[in-house]
Write a protein that binds this ligand. Structure first.
Ligand SMILES: Cc1ncc(COP(=O)(O)O)c(C=O)c1O
Length: 374
């Protein structure tokens, strides 16, 4: 079956006790034992697993073609558990452009966890290969990346990582499983902040890891989740599951609108750069065409006049909302360096946009009037 069909039907069996078509939300924190103190229904305590969360995990494993999935209270909870499950002494290769909180983890927490890391240009496979050492256990990829939209060839990256005995994890939050399937391209695990496109309505926080194999790493990460407790609540699991059902159509529309917006803004005299993998001038365009079904709903622009120029444009939009995050129905724009805070490596003139579900011409008109008046 194709992605759209799986996304609607995976983990969507009618409730066996009532026939309800929409999945029930099981709020119970505990589950009745059998006479030998066994768990006859497969559930024991909410921090280990709960039926609504399990439905979501089943659905995510199916859409990513993985053997198993684990869902979390946030994308960062998933990230933290995966990294903490690495043996002390492990070396991690990160892209230089990636979600900023991961950079802070590498800088501030890795020394405490006994891990080391090297950051390399996420476009540059040769640089990534050169950064691999005998201690490298993990290559972390984020493609397209946040906020520069760098794209890396995942099939090649998987070969490079595996040749050195390292795992490949792909943060696929921007691409979504509707556009990119990292496990099919050779990755070992895919991470999503389900707060974004999969939830899809800016009203739920969550994270997910989908594993190609239900192996040792899965076991260690599952144990950490159970012990440390950053599980997805039943209600949040339900909201993410509901978002998943419409992911394909939302992302198809958002990608088409982002492409139209990027094409319309390309060459505007107030812009010094535009970062969108759907533009033929983008350095990762050919790779994105090969490994993605669309180019996604995220883009970044750099504005003449530095920080002041960028803030001016962000304050003149009428339809785009000036707020962080992404993947919802409403279009957002933000001054990325301000959101990342002190120590941000993002250029001060950069605005990041999440294209929503409004009519694309209204979005183009809004950005044009903001740029023209700035
Ligand atoms: C690419 C990417 N990965 C991970 C995260 C972290 O997700 P969360 O905010 O759900 O913890 C984010 C959040 O913005 C993100 O953009």
């Amino acid at each position: 079956m194709r992605f759209e069909t799986i996304a609607v039907h995976a983990g969507a069996e009618p409730d066996p006790t009532t026939g309800a078509v929409a999945p029930p939300i099981h709020l119970s924190t505990t589950f009745e034992h059998g006479p030998a103190s066994e768990d006859p229904y497969g559930f024991h305590y909410v921090r280990d697993a709960n039926p609504t969360q399990s439905r979501l995990e089943k659905a995510l494993a199916a859409i990513e073609q993985g053997e198993a999935a684990l869902v979390w209270a946030s994308g960062m909870a998933a990230t933290g558990a995966y990294l903490q499950a690495l043996p002390p002494g492990s070396h991690v290769v990160f892209p230089d452009d990636m979600y900023y909180a991961n950079r802070v983890i590498a800088r501030d927490l890795f020394p405490r966890w006994g891990l080391t890391s090297t950051a390399v240009d996420g476009f540059d496979l040769a640089a990534i290969q050169a950064a691999l050492t005998p201690a490298t256990r993990l290559v972390w990829a984020e493609t397209p990346s946040n906020p520069l939209m760098k794209v890396v060839d995942l099939a090649r990256l998987a070969e490079l990582a595996h040749a050195r005995g390292a795992e490949l994890l792909v943060d696929g939050t921007f691409a979504t499983p509707a556009l990119q399937q990292p496990l099919a391209l050779g990755a070992d695990v895919v991470l999503h902040s389900t707060t974004k496109y999969i939830g899809g309505h800016s009203d739920v926080q969550g994270g997910a890891l989908v594993f190609k194999r239900r192996g040792d790493r899965f076991g260690h990460v599952a144990e950490l989740r159970s012990l440390l407790g950053a599980v997805a609540s039943p209600f949040n699991s339900w909201l993410v599951l509901r978002g998943l059902r419409t992911l394909a159509v939302r992302v198809e529309r958002q990608s088409a609108s982002a492409l139209a917006l990027a094409a319309a803004l390309d060459g505007h005299p107030r812009l010094t750069a535009i970062h969108y993998p759907g533009l033929p001038s983008h350095r990762g365009h050919e790779t994105a065409r090969r490994q993605m079904r669309g180019f996604g709903g995220m883009l970044s622009i750099q504005v003449a006049g530095g920080r002041a120029g960028a803030l001016d444009v962000a304050s003149r939009v009428r339809l785009f909302l000036n707020a962080t995050s992404l993947g919802g129905a409403e279009s957002l724009i933000e001054h990325r360096a301000s959101s990342e805070g002190p120590g941000s490596a993002t250029s001060d003139d950069l605005l990041r946009m999440s294209v929503g579900l409004e009519h694309p011409q209204d979005l183009i008109d809004d950005l044009r009037q903001a740029l023209d008046r700035a």
